[in-house]
Structure formats: C-alpha cells, structure tokens
Write a protein that binds this ligand. Structure first.
Ligand SMILES: [Zn+2]
Length: 486
C-alpha cells in the first residue's frame, strides 16, 4: 500500500525515505530505531555522524569543491511523531509501521497520524545529504528527539554540537510561508492554602458544572476569544455568592497546561432557603455567557445538580481568597505584535484548577515571542497569586524565538522563493513552540534562523495529510536556498 501510494511521486528520493522511516515506529520518546536508521544511512553515504547523550544526531556533509569557505548551514528536523489514532483503528505505535494511501493531492494514513510532521523534513534532509549533484557549503544535518512531548532534544543540545551560524528548520506546515519567530513559554502554578469549617444548619449541597465549550490549544487558538471554563465557573460562583450565603467546598477545571479549559465543576453549600436563589443565579449566568460567547461558544451550559453530603467547606476568608484570585487572573491575549500582522505576541492561559486537602492549586501558562514580556506576564500572574496568600511555583520554561524582520537569511530566502515561484513568500511567526529559539539559546545565540516546510493539514490528529505538490515545491525551494547561501 505504501509503495503504491508513492509510485511516481517526486522528488523520488524524498518519498523513498519517507516510506522507509514510516515503517519504523517513532513516537515521541521511542526514536532509538529511527536514529539507528539515520546513522546507518548517513554512514553508508560516507558522512560523519555524531550523537549526543540524549540521542540527537548531527550528520556533517563537507562543502562542494570551492565552497569550503561558505558559512556552515544547519538543516534541522525532529525525528519523533505524535501518535494519535481513531478509536476503532487497531494500531500499536510501538510495533506497527504507519500505513498510508494517496487521496487526490494528499498522502494520508489509515486512521492514524501520518508523521509527515516532521517525517517529510527527515526524508528531505536525508535526500539532500545523499545528493552528490548539489553544490553547497558545509552542511550540518541536525536530527533531534522528542520535540512533540517536551522539546527534550532541543533542550539538551550542548554548545559546540553544531557550529553553523545559519539554520533552516524544516518543521513548519504551510508551503509558501517563511516563519521567523515563535513564542517561548513557562507555567506558573499558584497554591492557595485554605481553611475548612463544618457547615451547620439546614443546607443544600449543589454541584455546578460548566459544559459545552470548545477549548483549544492555548498557543494556536488563544486569539479566537473562546470562553475559559474556569473563568465562567468563577463568575457563576461570585454571582451566587452575592445573592446567597454560599460556602465553597471545591472547584476543579481544565486538564492540560497547554489547553484552554473546556469544563469545570464546583461543589457549594447554601442554606436550604437560598437554594432557589442559587439556581436562578446560575441560570442567569448561562444566559449572560450565551450572549457574550454567542459566536465562539454557543453551546455553553451552566448545570446545577443536587449533591450529596459534602466535605467541610472553605471558611469565608479562604473562599474569597480563591474566588478573587481566579477572578483577577488575566486570561487570553495580552498583546499583539507590532511587527507581524495578526501575530499574538504575549498571552496567558488559566489552565487547570484543582482542590486538595491542602488547598487550591491553579496552573497557568504564559507565552511570548519576547523574552522580557514572557517574564512580565508571569510576574503579573504571580502577583495576583501572592495577593491571595498563594505560594508561587514557576516552571523553568523555554525561550522564544524573537522575530528579526531584518535577518539576512530571511532576505535571501525571499529572493530565492521569488525567483523560483514568481511571487513573494508570506512571512509569519507563530504563537506556539518551535525548537529554533531553544537551539539558538543552547548554542550561545547568533544563529540566523528560518523555518519552512510543505503543506500539512490536521497535524497531530488522525486527519493529518500532506499535500503532494507542496512537497515537491518545498524540496525544490530547500535545495535552491542551500545552494544560494553557499
Ligand atoms: Zn513538528
């Protein structure tokens, strides 16, 4: 099936290598076999291979005669892939190769991720390293590990592992677009201690739920203005609190630091006489949210169910500390870029809230393509946490890749694209992570970097597919670009 799918496709060697690596399971943190394949293949080409402790591989290809003094170019790809499949599909990502077929202008897998992110990059780099006809300066082919679940390879590159001062990252997903920046990020966790007190008298326990939100990726989708379930729950609780003698028992919401929370739950206790008032306040909130988020989250629901006996509730001081903190925490876009149209420069996501015996913990995540702005928004979040008596735990985070619109490589890249395709490429940056900023940071900075790739639709999902014609255009562009910087 794979053989048939790539029959007659160009560039022939790129598709050949894509077929080869697709047969090797290579989910994140399981790259050993594919790295062995890359090392063996490069050695068979007579090229020098180095591997570091975490597994990253660099293949050095000497310059063509007469081009020895050109700047060394690093061509960078990641070797792992996201492993997702449709529920009904039988596939063991640790044992089975990826099966794919042709669908019009696309190559698509059989109900699993395809791994064209970044398998086309890996295949293209192998093909370029093999090509003896290409005239070029010194090349370092950098194959990293575990980009998708921790940026582990990039985070462990040692200074000196690569020496080139120009880098082309082959891991973006829109042919005809040159990427020149991405966001850095970090998580800030706030732990708010709470005191509990038994609630006496005739009471009603109510379980509140926020449902029906779209959520999304906290980098790629943050500018869409979708509702945050934790924020809506907080507003609902504050509304009920203003009309009843509400006690808060717990609040939960969200599941991942890099996702906008879609669902949230809370348990409250109100005097039996206030039960109807609480229900009415929740119903009013639902109407308010339906109106405010009519186009982004039309299905939003605020549900109230009768609960059973609850644990002792937070005392009033703890309740207000938690609700005020959640209410004051910023969420969403903080600033748009002034250099690149439509690019979110800085954002923050109120991602996860959990209640435990010790108190309430809130995980938030900040992103910015400008390092100092990332620190600024993280400190803003930390201040809110501290004002509520919380303890702050920041994560290490990773550096962004600040767009440099004056980059020499960008200028060259635009010229080459125009001479090949007769039109200017688009220049963009993304508000999510790429390895470029981290690698640059690890090797001491000063690497003029650009990222481009073929057109991949639906990456990270079983819908992933790569546009066949874009692979040919991308590879042609890559080789011309490499030639032109020599
Ligand atoms: Zn990728």
């Amino acid at each position: 099936m794979n053989e048939e799918a790539i029959q007659g496709l160009k560039p022939e060697r790129v598709w050949h290598y894509f077929k080869e690596i697709s047969a090797i399971p290579r989910g994140s943190k399981n790259e050993k076999a594919v790295l062995e394949y890359i090392k063996k293949t490069a050695a068979a080409m007579g090229l020098k291979v180095k591997q570091d402790k975490v597994g990253n591989v660099v293949v050095s290809k000497p310059a063509s005669p007469g081009k020895e003094h050109s700047t060394t170019v690093v061509l960078q790809v990641h070797t792992d892939m996201v492993c997702e499949k449709n529920r009904e599909v039988q596939h063991d990502f640790l044992k089975d190769g990826i099966k794919f077929h042709r669908e019009g202008n696309f190559i698509k897998a059989e109900g699993t991720t395809l791994g064209s992110d970044d398998g086309i990059g890996v295949a293209s780099l192998l093909s370029l390293l093999e090509d003896k006809s290409l005239v070029h300066g010194p090349i370092e082919g950098l194959f990293t590990i575990d980009e998708e679940t921790g940026l582990t390879g990039a985070n462990h590159i040692e200074p000196g592992f690569i020496t080139g001062k120009i880098m082309m990252n082959l891991d973006s997903e829109e042919e005809g677009v040159l990427y020149i920046g991405c966001a850095g990020g970090l998580d800030t966790t706030i732990n708010i201690p709470v005191k509990r007190k038994a609630v006496t008298g005739k009471n009603a326990v109510l379980n509140l739920m926020i449902r029906g939100l779209k959520g999304g990726h906290s980098g790629v989708d943050i500018h869409l203005g979708r509702a945050n379930a934790i924020k809506l729950m907080t507003r609902t609780l504050l509304a009920i609190d203003s009309k009843t003698k509400m006690k808060l028992v717990s609040i939960e919401g969200g599941s991942k630091h890099n996702a906008i929370p879609r669902e949230a739950e809370a348990v409250i206790i109100v005097p039996a006489a206030d039960e109807a008032k609480a229900e009415k306040a929740a119903a009013e909130c639902e109407q308010i949210f339906r109106n405010a988020f009519a186009s982004t989250d039309p299905e939003v629901k605020v549900l109230v169910e009768k609960g059973k006996k609850a644990k002792p509730a937070f005392d009033d001081k703890s309740k207000l500390a938690v609700l005020d903190a959640l209410n004051a925490l910023p969420h969403g876009v903080i600033r748009m870029s002034s250099d690149i149209p439509d690019l979110v420069e800085t954002s923050t996501n109120v991602a996860v809230v959990k209640t435990s015996a010790a108190g309430v913990s809130v995980v938030t995540s900040q992103r910015s393509s400008i390092e100092s702005e990332k620190e600024m928004i993280a400190s803003h979040v930390a201040s809110v946490g501290k004002l509520s008596g919380g303890k702050i735990k920041p994560s290490d985070g990773y550096p962004g890749w600040q767009p440099n619109v004056g980059s020499a490589v960008l200028k060259k890249g635009k010229e080459v694209y125009k001479s090949l395709h007769g039109k200017e490429p688009e220049v963009k940056a993304i508000h999510a992570g790429l390895e470029c900023g981290i690698i640059n940071d690890r090797v001491g900075g000063g690497v003029d970097t650009i990222s481009f790739g073929p057109t991949i639709i639906g990456p990270h999902s079983p819908d992933e597919r790569v546009a066949i014609d874009s692979v040919e255009k991308f590879y042609k562009y890559l080789t011309e670009f490499v030639k032109s910087v020599a």
